[in-house]
Design a protein around this ligand. Structure first.
Ligand code: NAP
Length: 306
C-alpha cells in the first residue's frame, strides 16, 4: 500500500524546494513531485545577481543544486512525474501522475510558470530548431550569428545582453516604442554596441520546415512587412504563464493564477500555493522561497490542528 505523506509539494523550483527544506526540517513526511528538471525557470539563468547573498558567478543551476541537496538532507523524497489530476476534497488528498497515485494530508502547489509564446504560425514547429525560450541553453548554438530577441521587459533585455557573448549582433524586437525593462537594465543595453532595437514591431510568421530560415516582421506604425532571411536565432522573452490548468475548477483562481492568502492558504483547507503559480506582484526567487517557507509552516500548523 502506498504511504500517505504529511505533505506533497508539487514543483521543485525555488518555492517547492524552500517548502521541502522547511517541511523536511519540521520532520513532516515530505514528497516533492517535479515534471521536468529541478529548479523550474531559474535553472536556465546564467547569472543570479539580485538574490540576497548570491554573488556572481552564482547561476540558477548552482543555487538550485544546493537547495535540492539541503531539502534531501532534511529527508524530503523526490519523484519525477507530471501531475495530471488531483482530488483535494477527499482525505487523504490525492495527486495523480499518469498511472501513479500519491496521497497526503496536505498539499503545497508550487507548480511555477512557463514561458509565454508569441502564438504566430511556425513557432511550435520551429521551437528547438532556431526558436528558443532559454538563452543559457541555446545561446552557444548561435556563436557568430545574428539573433533576435522578442520582448521589452527585464528578461528580454537581460537575456539579450547575455546573448551578445555568442551572437554577432542582437536585435531586440519590441511591440512598443520604448522598453519596459528597469532603467538600470536599459542603460546597460543601450551602452552595448552589439545590441540593436526594432520598436513598434511584431513577429507575424516564422518560416522553415525543420529549421528556422526566415521570419516576417510587421511594423505596427505603418503596417509594412519585411522578411528576414538567413541563418539566425529567435529568442522569445515575453513573460510567463502559470502551470495551473490542473487546478482550474479545484482551487480559486484569478487570471489563471492561484489565489492564496498571506499564509499561502488556498480556497481549499490543507492546500497551499507558493511561488509564481499564485497571484502576487513580484515573481522573483526571493519571493518564491519566502512563499515556500510560509506554505510549509502553514501546512505544519494545519496538520497540528486537524
Ligand atoms: P514582463 O515584464 O511581463 O515583460 C514582457 C514583455 O513582453 C513586455 O515588454 C510585453 O510588451 C512583451 N509582450 C508580452 N506579450 C507579447 C506578445 N504576445 N508579443 C510581443 N511582445 C509581448 O516579463 P519578463 O521580462 O519575463 O519579466 C517577468 C518578471 O520577472 C518581471 O517582474 C521582471 O521584473 C522579473 N525579472 C526581473 C529580472 C531582474 O530583476 N534582473 C530579470 C528578469 C525578469 P508590453 O510592454 O507591450 O506589454
Amino acid at each position: 500500500m502506498n504511504e500517505t505523506y504529511d505533505v506533497i509539494i508539487i514543483g521543485a523550483g525555488p518555492a517547492g524546494l524552500a517548502a521541502a527544506i522547511y517541511a523536511g526540517r519540521a520532520k513532516l513526511r515530505t514528497l516533492v513531485i517535479e515534471a521536468d528538471a529541478e529548479g523550474g525557470q531559474i535553472i536556465t539563468t546564467d547569472e543570479i545577481a539580485n538574490y540576497p547573498g548570491a554573488f556572481p558567478p552564482e547561476s540558477g543551476h548552482s543555487l538550485i543544486g544546493r537547495m535540492s541537496e539541503q531539502a534531501r538532507s532534511f529527508g524530503a523524497e523526490f519523484v519525477s512525474g507530471t501531475v495530471d489530476s488531483v482530488s483535494f476534497d477527499v482525505d487523504p488528498k490525492t495527486v495523480r501522475c499518469g498511472e501513479k497515485e500519491y496521497t497526503a494530508k496536505s498539499v503545497i502547489v508550487a507548480a511555477g510558470a512557463h514561458p509565454a509564446k508569441i502564438g504566430c504560425p511556425g513557432e511550435d514547429r520551429l521551437t528547438g530548431a532556431g526558436v528558443s525560450y532559454c538563452a543559457t541553453c541555446d545561446g552557444p548554438f548561435f556563436e557568430g550569428y545574428p539573433v533576435f530577441v522578442v520582448g521589452g521587459g527585464d528578461a528580454s533585455v537581460e537575456e539579450a545582453m547575455y546573448l551578445t557573448k555568442f551572437a554577432s549582433k542582437v536585435t531586440i524586437i519590441h511591440r512598443r516604442d520604448s522598453l519596459r525593462a528597469a532603467k538600470s537594465i536599459q542603460e546597460k543595453a543601450f551602452a552595448n554596441k552589439k545590441i540593436f532595437f526594432r520598436y513598434n514591431t511584431v513577429v507575424d510568421e516564422l518560416e522553415g520546415e525543420d529549421q528556422l530560415e526566415s521570419m516576417i516582421l510587421r511594423n505596427l506604425t505603418d503596417g509594412s512587412r519585411v522578411r528576414i532571411s538567413g541563418q539566425f536565432g529567435l529568442f522569445v522573452f515575453i513573460g510567463t504563464k502559470p502551470n495551473t490548468a490542473v487546478y482550474d475548477g479545484v482551487l480559486e483562481m484569478k487570471n489563471g493564477f492561484i489565489v492564496a492568502d498571506e499564509e499561502m492558504r488556498t480556497s481549499v483547507p490543507g492546500v497551499f500555493a507558493a511561488g509564481d503559480a499564485r497571484v502576487k506582484s513580484l515573481r522573483q526567487v526571493v519571493t518564491a522561497v519566502a512563499d515556500g517557507a510560509i506554505a510549509a509552516v502553514s501546512a505544519e500548523k494545519y496538520l497540528d490542528e486537524r
